[in-house]
Design a protein around this ligand. Sequence first.
Ligand SMILES: Cc1cc2nc3c(=O)[nH]c(=O)nc-3n(C[C@H](O)[C@H](O)[C@H](O)COP(=O)(O)OP(=O)(O)OC[C@H]3O[C@@H](n4cnc5c(N)ncnc54)[C@H](O)[C@@H]3O)c2cc1C
Length: 420
Amino acid sequence: MLGAGPAGVIAAETIRKHRPADAITIVGDEPEPPYSRMAIPYLLAGQIGEAGTWLRKGAGHYEALRINVVPGRATALDTASRIVSLADGRQLGFDTLLIATGSTPLQPPIPGINLPGVHPCWTLADARRIMALAGKGARVLQMGAGFIGCIIMEALALRGVQLSVVEMGDRMVPRMMGPTAGGMIKEWCQRHGVQVHTGTRVEAISPGAPLSVRLSSGEVVAADLVISATGVKPAIGFLEGTPIRCKQGILTDWRMQTNVPGIYAAGDCAEAFDKLSGRHVVSAIQPNAADQARVAALNMAGMPAELPGVTQINVLDTLGLVSASFGRWQGVPDGEHVELTDRAASRHLSLQFKDDVMVGCNSVGWTEHVGVLRGLVEGQVRLGTWKDRLKEDPTRLMEAYLASAQAQGQWRGAWDDRRR
Ligand SMILES: Cc1cc2nc3c(=O)[nH]c(=O)nc-3n(C[C@H](O)[C@H](O)[C@H](O)COP(=O)(O)OP(=O)(O)OC[C@H]3O[C@@H](n4cnc5c(N)ncnc54)[C@H](O)[C@@H]3O)c2cc1C
């Protein structure tokens, strides 16, 4: 396995279950026991210690499973001779390979981005640097209000910092939420003491204590810490020059195999084929990494398995306001749409339909219906007459789901039709 995150670890454990005699190696380029990035906000909030982020906490877990965890950075892959080269010159041979190298933060080309005190929030090492600077009352400026940016805001607030957020999009979480939902999340954050600048870029960061951050609005903000949360990209640079086909991420088939037989990819670095939408997608969330790793591992162990679909769901807790986006929340050509907004109560629903299927949605403040929304979108449940009823009153989601659940049989049929 290349990569010691959730995908690498789950794949190694799955292979071990089915192949007791195989030699299994995980190569990871961070000097930590395999850990979950998802746990970093809890570490920042002081709710867990570093050991709480480790994926497996039992002492000797990997040794007991005879999984060899090797520190090292893969720099090249020879697909013909089946050898991975590491940065320190070592070469590792393999029969089957899983690429599970995840993603790395995008660093915007801004003067001052490499100054001390400017950090992404992606690794445990980043978290340590952030914790050292984000003490009570510290002035923290966060670049980016996307998925990760919003997730870490709660932790930063709990640390008692003075937080400013700068997002170049016209709203918060612009790649996950429509204008109304993104606007409501912004209002919520502002009500909770966060300065939010949308439609604004950080133009330059100047050194000093504090740092001076120049915004495109002309404003200059003093900051003891700048956190860069401006997106990530699959960590696949070392595949350049190999025959492995990549677009945004590594292209895989239903079995998570790349175009090179015996070489698989899973997790944030992979572009998996989503049977429901019929497209390849990178959906960089941990449940997908886990599902894809299991499927890849079963195939690597000689047990055919297919990925049922790629979960395109993001559920976000921004300073206590829960929002969610599912599937094609922006809508589809010739689709239909209904929206219901109660700004005073911070509640919003936006449902997107194609024919009588709900293909995507945004919700803000509807914690009780997250499961139903997911069931309707992922299950491609045919709503029949319930589509029009939902268009009249979107709050009847639960009724619509219960009444249409029997249509799951039709959905299976539709799915099977696609595969023929
Ligand atoms: C702060 C934060 C909060 C998050 N919160 C959530 C959340 O609430 N819900 C959710 O679903 N997801 C969340 N995520 C995203 C989630 O962590 C990722 O989707 C998940 O980690 C993907 O797992 P992975 O195994 O594919 O990749 P990673 O966890 O990124 O693991 C990749 C591994 O590969 C290693 N590696 C990279 N390049 C090389 C190389 N060349 N050679 C060797 N090793 C290499 C890395 O060091 C790492 O060990 C969060 C992420 C962050 C940063």
